[in-house]
Design a protein around this ligand. Structure first.
Ligand SMILES: [Zn+2]
Length: 181
């Protein structure tokens, strides 16, 4: 009797836990599937690469984006960047506080940087960068470049006229009514 009661209790607790997990999982999976659907639509409409992204805050999608590099001649028109811009516009803020990003592929270094600047709460990704490399989107070389001396990179970086450039920093430092971020 006691065992039966315990079993019933454990079964019910397990079921409740499963339901809860399913609910969270289904919701997240649903947003990820929307990111994938946006990516597929973009490919079919010849807008760019197979990448899509949605940004969610409090259960509402506030930003969407799919890759539009080739259709807009904009090398920065990645899904995440477009979605971040839309979400920030919606929030009237330069921070994605409390937001979750769903992107159908692990972000490239540019989008990774943008995500860190935007400071969302979490990122879910679908495919990984190895999957992307297999279809010709290999951003591994950019990660490799990060470890090289600036002058040894494929695109050489050379310092020039630091004294003059520092004047902008001095202006910022001395400005009293600046919006810090
Ligand atoms: Zn990117």
């Amino acid at each position: 009797m006691c065992n039966n009661f315990n079993k019933k209790f454990i079964d019910e607790a397990a079921k409740a836990l499963n339901d809860q997990n399913d609910e969270v999982s289904n919701e997240d999976t649903g947003y990820m599937d929307q990111a994938t659907a946006i990516a597929i639509k973009g490919v079919i409409q010849n807008e760019g690469g197979p990448f899509g992204c949605v940004i969610v805050k409090d259960g509402e999608i506030i930003g969407r984006g799919n890759n539009k590099v080739t259709s807009t001649n904009d090398p920065t028109a990645h899904a995440e960047i477009i979605a971040i811009r839309e979400a920030c516009k919606h929030l009237d803020s330069f921070q994605l506080e409390g937001c979750i990003i769903y992107t159908n592929c692990e972000p490239c270094p540019m989008c990774l940087g943008a995500i860190y600047w935007a400071r969302p709460e979490k990122v879910y990704y679908g495919c990984n960068k190895t999957d992307a490399a297999k279809i010709g989107f290999d951003d591994n070389f950019i990660y490799q470049e990060l470890n090289l001396e600036l002058s040894k990179r494929k695109i050489p970086f050379e310092q020039l006229n630091r004294e003059e450039a520092l004047k902008a920093f001095k202006t910022w430092k001395e400005k009293e009514d600046k919006i810090e971020y």
